[in-house]
Design a binder for this molecule. Structure first.
Ligand SMILES: [Zn+2]
Length: 316
């Protein structure tokens, strides 16, 4: 089996690697500089992949394909990036499949980052052995993705389950500055939302949270515990909504917040108590791969590149 070139394009870092049989054979992390045009970064990606492949005795052109994880929504048919969310803003105008074919002569496939992480867990981590599962990644925002019947679920426009963090959890809530919906989970409970939420608490000034360096859900006093418990209910409700929407057997909880020992049990209890499942109990587990999930997921993505259709020859 041929190795796959992988790239996980994040907001602050780009992880590049060569992956084979569920293992990252070699990798390099470079600054994302996601405020710069993606087109200007492509020669650097080409160069780094060539060095990585060469370091383990491969030529890039001999690899089986390219898999890319990207922080946006992709058209499920063409693979074109549909929007940019302020990162790599020129990306919707770039035909990455054509770029890969013209530079390396190999096919490329691209996937939303949350879905790429779930594919990685499904193939190599906490999702193994299950073909109906969702993942909720808790961090600065809330990322969600689903696999249904052994296939990543993309929907008609590429955004199925990808915006689960923007389901309304509070119908009397505020407008979410990210998406424009009302009372989104991400607006009500995420590390990005915490400073705004904490400063509204009457005992915030006396809380350890007042020290910006400690402004997280683990500060430990009454104000912090109240905010944490609110957040646990919101994350539990978000995961329960996904269980009901996608009829899955397993939920994977990822992201830095999931490392806190109370998070996964609280979400598990919420799901078991509130999400109807007469067939049995939904498994609720923590991510096994952490930050490596998306890069590993790129192997499956690259191997399932739909194929590049070279422009038809002009006949005279
Ligand atoms: Zn929103």
């Amino acid at each position: 089996m041929k190795p796959i070139l992988a790239a996980d394009l994040g907001g602050t870092l780009i992880k590049l690697g060569v992956v084979l049989n569920g293992r990252v054979l070699v990798q390099k992390v470079i600054p994302a500089r996601s405020d710069e045009p993606l087109a200007e970064r492509l020669p650097e990606l080409e160069h780094e992949w060539e060095l990585l492949a060469k370091s383990i005795g491969f030529m890039v052109a001999a690899c089986g394909g390219i898999g890319i994880s990207f922080p946006s929504i992709m058209d499920p048919v063409s693979g074109r990036i549909l929007t940019h969310f302020g990162k790599y803003v020129d990306a919707p105008g770039i035909d990455l499949k054509e770029w890969a074919w013209s530079r390396f002569g190999i096919p490329l496939s691209i996937e939303n980052d949350a879905r790429a992480a779930l594919i990685g867990e499904w193939q190599c981590g906490a999702g193994r052995g299950c073909d109906d599962l969702v993942m909720v990644t808790l961090g600065t925002g809330i990322g969600t993705a689903a696999i249904c019947g052994g296939q990543p679920f993309r929907g008609a426009h590429g955004q199925a389950c990808g915006v689960g963090g923007h389901f309304t959890l509070n119908h009397d809530g505020e407008i979410c500055e990210v998406c424009g919906n009302i009372g989104c989970a991400e607006h009500e409970a995420s590390t990005a939302a915490l400073p705004r939420l904490a400063r509204r608490e009457p005992d915030f000034a006396a809380s350890a949270l007042v020290d910006e360096a400690k402004l997280d859900y683990a500060a430990g006093d009454a104000c912090a515990i109240r905010l944490r418990d609110d957040a646990l209910r919101i994350w539990g409700a978000t995961a329960a909504n996904l269980v009901l929407a996608y009829d899955v057997s397993r939920v994977i909880i990822g992201g830095g917040i999931a490392e806190a020992p109370e998070v996964v049990p609280a979400i598990r209890e919420h799901i078991h108590r509130h999400a109807i499942s007469p067939w049995g109990k939904v498994e609720v587990v923590k991510s096994e791969l952490g930050d490596a999930a998306a890069l590993l997921g790129c192997e499956w993505i690259g191997r399932h590149a739909a194929g590049f259709h070279a422009p038809a020859a002009v006949s005279c």
